[in-house]
Design a protein around this ligand. Structure first.
Ligand code: SF4
Ligand code: SF4
Length: 509
């Protein structure tokens, strides 16, 4: 067995405050409570010690710091166990970086498009509000050029025809969600109606679902239609009138009253629909808090909203200070809460501690598999670096300029296709070159990153203009050990939390 540094990093031991030792193989996701002798052997091995010689040189036994004296027989027993672990590849399984060698191919792109679950139309860039933190607004470099304002109906229909055809020919998943996004999409209601008329007129075996992301100002005018078409409606509101300070009309006046009244009207008129199809989306900033938001919506409309933080990339240099004043992280806001038991009751799964426990259960447990492919091929399938989805596999986003992007959350400069001259054109060459170039540039970083099995990073959130890509989520071996230690200590403090999470989230299928 060779003792190279790349292999070493796959397996290590940690010791928690409760003095328990855990043996971890992050590559195979083994997470084993172990005897201190086993951990001691691993440390010796990592230091390059010949364990066989070491055992032979033992007289009657030896002491392990913090754990006391153990007899030679016990050392021999755990030495055999250590050999068993290494022989059966429970530790030192494989050089993990082999796995990141996948390059994007045309087939991957085609597969992504065929299987895509959502087409998103940038229905309009017009908006009836002037929210101070808007991602298309004054704070961000990505303030989209206002060349046109509404999406062309023919382009959208061409794209739908293209996707319907591909899906009906090649996909087993005959379903797609059509999402209307903006600006404020209800300002271009005609477009929404025409698209739905087109879909209704098609004899398609496709299951179609609609959703819309709206600021709610025009909801009273269009709610009957949206309810009739069984839309899922995402309404943006940040809490009570004070919390909503940044969501203002063009004249600077608060939008709260209009939106809140519309929400109440919808609830009264369509109570069942309201329960099942309305999702409130709130943005966290310095005028509200997680507790404010959760309390306000639970008490006023019996809903628990989705909460997100302000977008952190592409901030204009001259607006950096303003942004920093506004920005509040979810974790910070929860830590500052004076009513954590209320949050535990309402959003236990969303709380940072629960998320950490959840992540440790999913990512460091060799008994949990996401699907059958994971069960059979775990550790054998090559993948691309980072956690960027295959292009178009989740969404196809059509902008008002008829550009095709893999996602609505990324910079508009990343266009990889167009609807033009009555056809949908995917720029395969550009797409493949771009993705593979980024993968090549970040791969060496990912090789040495302890989060490669559990990477949270989409490449489009990084500064890709710089040849040397910096990844803020990179974690090397030592801090990673500390992070894992924190996970386990949380579980050790309150095991009932872990049981609850497993019970609520996992099933044997
Ligand atoms: S943010 Fe990145 S990973 Fe997520 S859907 Fe968009 S492109 Fe894919
Ligand atoms: S966190 Fe960054 S460096 Fe680490 S694997 Fe993900 S993309 Fe690579």
């Amino acid at each position: 067995m060779t003792n190279s540094i790349n292999i070493v990093n796959d397996s290590f031991c940690i010791q928690t405050k409760a003095m328990n030792k855990y043996l971890i193989n992050e590559f195979k996701r083994h997470f084993i409570l172990c005897h201190p002798i086993l951990s001691f052997f691993l440390d010796l091995f990592l230091q390059g010690e010949d364990l066989h010689k070491w055992i032979k040189s033992l007289n009657k036994g030896a002491s392990i710091p913090d754990y006391g004296y153990f007899p030679k027989e016990l050392f021999m027993y755990y030495y055999r166990k250590f050999l068993y672990f290494t022989n059966f590849k429970l530790i030192f399984y494989k050089h993990k970086s082999d796995l990141l060698d996948k390059r994007l191919l045309i087939d991957d792109i085609n597969q992504g498009i065929i299987e895509t679950s959502t087409v998103i139309f940038e229905t309009t860039r017009r908006c009836n509000l002037n929210c101070k933190y808007c991602s298309c607004g004054q704070l961000y470099c990505n303030s989209n050029q206002k060349s046109k304002s509404d999406l062309n109906i023919n382009s959208a229909i061409l794209l739908l025809e293209y996707l319907f055809k591909l899906k009906s020919l090649y996909s087993s998943k005959k379903q797609i969600a059509i999402s209307f996004y903006g600006g404020e999409p209800l300002l271009n209601f005609h477009f929404i109606e025409e698209i739905i008329k087109y879909v209704d007129s098609k004899l398609t075996d496709m299951q179609i679902k609609y959703d819309i992301v709206t600021n709610g100002v025009l909801l009273d005018k269009y709610m009957d239609y949206l309810v009739g078409k069984n839309f899922t409606i995402f309404i943006s509101l940040d809490g009570n009138i004070k919390n909503n300070d940044y969501r203002v009309f063009k004249n600077g006046q608060s939008s709260f009253q209009s939106v809140y009244l519309n929400i109440k009207k919808l609830q009264q008129k369509y109570p069942d629909f309201f329960k099942s199809n309305i999702i409130i989306k709130s943005v966290l900033h310095n005028k509200n808090s997680v507790t404010d938001i959760i309390k306000f919506f639970n008490e006023s409309i019996d809903k628990t909203p989705e909460i997100s933080s302000l977008k952190t990339n592409c901030i204009k240099i001259e607006k950096r200070h303003e942004f920093e004043e506004m920005f509040v992280s979810y974790e910070y806001s929860v830590l500052q809460s004076d009513d954590i038991s209320y949050l535990e009751e309402k959003i236990s799964k969303e709380l940072p501690d629960s998320k950490i426990i959840f992540a440790s259960v999913v990512n460091y447990n060799s008994y949990i598999y996401s699907d059958y492919i994971d069960l059979i091929f775990r550790g054998k399938i090559k993948k691309t670096p980072s956690n960027t989805c295959l292009p178009f596999s989740k969404r196809v986003f059509l902008t008002i300029d008829d550009h095709l992007l893999p996602c609505e959350k990324i910079d508009y400069k990343y266009s990889f296709g167009k609807v033009e001259n009555n056809q949908v054109i995917i720029d395969y060459e550009n797409l493949i070159n771009f993705y593979n170039d980024v993968f090549d540039r970040i791969r060496s970083k990912c090789y040495n990153c302890s989060r490669q099995n559990n990477c949270p990073q989409c490449m489009f959130q990084l500064d890709l203009d710089n040849r040397e890509i910096e990844c803020n989520s990179f974690l090397n071996y030592l801090p990673f050990k500390e992070v894992l230690k924190g996970y386990i200590e949380l579980i050790e403090i309150d095991r009932s939390k872990l049981n609850k999470i497993i019970k609520n989230n996992y099933s044997l299928k």
